[in-house]
Design a protein around this ligand. Structure first.
Ligand SMILES: *[C@@H]1O[C@H](CO)[C@@H](O)[C@H](O)[C@H]1NC(C)=O
Ligand SMILES: *[C@@H]1O[C@H](CO)[C@@H](O)[C@H](O)[C@H]1NC(C)=O
Ligand SMILES: *[C@@H]1O[C@H](CO)[C@@H](O)[C@H](O)[C@H]1NC(C)=O
Ligand SMILES: *[C@@H]1O[C@H](CO)[C@@H](O)[C@H](O)[C@H]1NC(C)=O
Ligand SMILES: *[C@@H]1O[C@H](CO)[C@@H](O)[C@H](O)[C@H]1NC(C)=O
Ligand SMILES: *[C@@H]1O[C@H](CO)[C@@H](O)[C@H](O)[C@H]1NC(C)=O
Length: 418
């Protein structure tokens, strides 16, 4: 479903991947190991400990450790230089955390323990772990951020009520610049696992994100109104979009990552709200999508409410393994029939390259390009696309295309609809 929740803003989202001509560029712009949290000048001695156990946290999985983490943050934030908060091995039960800046230091959270999100929904205002207005920040280690979603997923009513109450997202970064999240695992979020809103220069590297394929709205990483977001070497298997890129986002690099189960790598949904900004310069390269309902998807509402453009996307070197709809542009998106079906689209989609996309499709419809009559998609390219239908029915792979303008190069006849 992919709906951003930060700062009161909501937006549905969708997904995609890229490779070839642009591959060299992607490799140079996606550093494998950029490390943030290095600014801040010489370190001062914090006013109190930064190890949560020294602040009273018990790793017994039962004692509420929220206060200890909150105190460690306060001590680190008021110091200078690089300050490291320690969460050692152990199971720490945690309620809502407000990790707010601005801070005078650069903070690293070394996470080797497991954070368990309490199942008591009264403990949350909105999200679970919220990092806000912070520059130069990192989370690393081998620990786990476990939302304990199974305790509350049955309270999710979003499949019945479109304006449903949203359960807490696990890790939320709002107005965060120069950050990295590395090595840790996020699992069983109550809602989204990670939500980035108004962030800049964020690296997600070697992170695993897992939830059952049928868990409700457990998107892996959603982002909106953000710039320069890099996701590398990350495995995501969830119940909704693996990655979803919302309005107002630019310069996204997804490289060497895996998706599935899930709803794929999505851009959108675009056009649900007024005043949405463009989505530009997205590159998805060297990724595998396995057993997902969609592979690379761009979606916009049939009756879009803002004028915006989605452009300059490259999906290159993507392997599809039994993906139901591997390549999708859907500009007639309208969940639960909430749209005015006569709506004229105001979302322009242009310069979208699908290159070196190979593997298998679980339905015959390997390529779907469904663009509006009034605003055909421009500059769409299919280059070296080879997808085979592997389902049980007696059928063969096909492309279903409307109002898409562009070029097919080295694509099997039945998929070369441009
Ligand atoms: C983010 O990092 C860049 C490059 O290291 C640096 O120039 C910039 O000042 C940093 N931004 C903030 C807000 O710290
Ligand atoms: C984008 O972020 C990367 C780290 O992910 C950083 O190295 C690079 O300098 C940033 N680019 C710009 C233009 O800020
Ligand atoms: C992350 O997932 C991959 C693939 O499922 C697995 O091989 C790896 O061990 C996982 N890493 C961690 C830290 O769990
Ligand atoms: C592509 O990603 C895989 C992991 O999925 C990695 O093993 C391989 O080295 C990557 N190739 C390139 C060219 O980055
Ligand atoms: C392929 O995906 C379909 C639909 O999701 C599923 O029913 C089928 O079992 C999958 N096949 C394999 C070989 O995984
Ligand atoms: C083949 O698949 C397409 C798309 O799913 C469907 O419309 C069509 O009826 C199928 N044909 C046969 C013979 O099953």
């Amino acid at each position: 479903m992919a709906r951003a929740t930060a700062a009161g803003r909501r937006s549905w989202a969708a997904a995609r991947c890229i490779v070839a001509l642009y591959c060299a560029a992607a490799l140079t712009t996606a550093p494998a190991a950029a490390t943030y949290a290095a600014a801040g000048g010489p370190p001062s001695v914090p006013a109190g400990p930064l190890d949560i156990v020294l602040l009273g946290a018990k790793g017994d999985g039962k004692t509420d450790a929220t206060e200890a983490v909150q105190k460690a943050w306060k001590n680190a934030c008021a110091a200078t230089g690089v300050q490291k908060i320690i969460i050692p091995p152990g199971n720490f039960l945690i309620g809502a955390l407000a990790l707010e800046g601005p801070c005078t230091s650069s903070i690293i959270i070394r996470l080797d323990g497991n954070l368990l999100g309490t199942g008591d929904l009264n403990a949350y205002k909105k999200n679970w772990i919220e990092v806000m207005h912070v520059d130069n920040f990192a989370i690393n280690g081998h620990g786990t951020i476990d939302g304990q979603g199974p305790l509350v997923w049955q309270k999710n009513q979003c499949n019945k009520n479109y304006n449903c109450k949203i359960l807490p997202n696990s890790l939320v970064l709002d107005y965060v610049t120069n950050a990295s999240i590395r090595g840790v695992t996020l699992k069983n979020a109550k809602f989204f696992h990670m939500n980035l809103f108004n962030c800049k220069n964020v690296v997600v590297d070697k992170v695993n994100i897992t939830a059952p394929g049928d868990s409700p709205n457990t998107d892996g990483i959603h982002m909106g109104d953000s710039d320069n977001i890099t996701i590398t070497n990350t495995n995501i298997g969830v119940g909704d979009d693996c990655i979803s890129i919302g309005p107002g986002t630019q310069r996204v690099r997804v490289h060497g990552s895996r998706c599935g189960p899930g709803h794929g790598i999505s851009v959108g949904s675009l056009g649900r709200y007024k005043d949405e900004k463009n989505v530009e310069d997205i590159q998805v390269t060297n990724c595998t999508i396995k057993g997902a309902t969609n592979g690379l998807r761009i979606k916009s509402y049939e009756d879009s409410k803002s004028v915006l453009k989605a452009s300059r996307f490259v999906y290159d070197q993507i392997v599809m393994d039994n993906v139901s709809f591997p390549i999708v542009i859907d500009q007639k998106y309208c969940p639960n029939n909430i749209c005015n079906k006569n709506g004229q689209s105001t979302v322009t989609i242009q310069d979208i390259v699908f290159k070196n996309i190979v593997g298998t499709s679980a339905t015959p419809e390997a390529v779907t390009l469904n663009c509006p009559n009034n605003l055909p998609c421009q500059g769409v390219q299919l280059v070296n696309v080879n997808l085979k239908y592997v389902g049980a029915r007696n059928n063969k792979t096909m492309a279903v295309c409307h109002n898409a303008v562009g070029k097919s190069t080295n694509v099997a006849k039945e998929l070369a609809c441009l």
